[in-house]
Write a protein that binds this ligand. Structure first.
Ligand code: SF4
Ligand code: SF4
Length: 130
C-alpha cells in the first residue's frame, strides 16, 4: 500500500466508522443484499479488501455504484460491521477525488427513466452530494 492509499484508507475508515477487524466472513451481508448479482466485489469481501489494503480495487469496483443504500446488510450483520457504510465510505472517497468532474444535478434529467419515482432521485442526490 502506497502512502497515498494509506491516507485514503484512513479517510474511508473515518467516514464509515467501521472496524473491519470485527468481520468473521460469515457472508450474511451478501446473502441478504438485493444488488448482489450485479456487484463485482461482494459486500462480505469489502472488510477483507480494506484490511489487506486493496484500496484501489475497492475504488474501481462497480459495487460502489450498484449499492442501493438499503442498509439490509447493516441490519443482518451479527458483528455490527456495517459493510454498507464501508461501501458508502469508498464511494464518498472516489467522489471527493474526482472533485469537479463528477456528475452534476443538471446532467441527470436527460439520463433518467421518466417512470422513475422522484423520491429516488432526491434520495440519490442527497447521498451523492457530500
Ligand atoms: S460484514 Fe458482517 S455479515 Fe458480512 S461477512 Fe462480515 S461479519 Fe458477516
Ligand atoms: S446497503 Fe448496499 S451492500 Fe448493503 S444490502 Fe443494501 S444494496 Fe447491498
Amino acid at each position: 500500500m502506497t502512502p497515498d492509499e494509506r491516507l485514503i484508507r484512513d479517510e474511508i475508515l473515518t467516514i464509515s466508522e467501521v472496524d473491519v477487524t470485527k468481520c468473521m466472513h460469515c457472508g450474511k451481508c451478501s446473502a441478504s443484499c438485493p444488488a448482489y448479482d450485479v456487484m463485482d466485489i461482494k459486500p462480505h469481501q469489502f472488510p477483507s479488501y480494506m484490511a489487506h489494503g486493496e484500496i484501489r480495487e475497492l475504488m474501481n469496483s462497480t459495487t460502489i455504484w450498484e449499492c442501493l443504500g438499503c442498509s439490509t446488510c447493516i441490519e443482518r450483520c451479527p458483528r455490527n460491521v456495517k459493510p454498507g457504510k464501508l461501501i458508502d465510505g469508498v464511494r464518498q472517497a472516489v467522489i471527493r477525488q474526482r472533485g469537479g468532474s463528477h456528475l452534476y444535478p443538471e446532467q441527470i434529467p436527460a439520463m433518467v427513466d421518466p417512470q422513475m419515482p422522484q423520491q429516488l432521485l432526491v434520495s440519490v442526490l442527497r447521498r451523492e452530494r457530500k
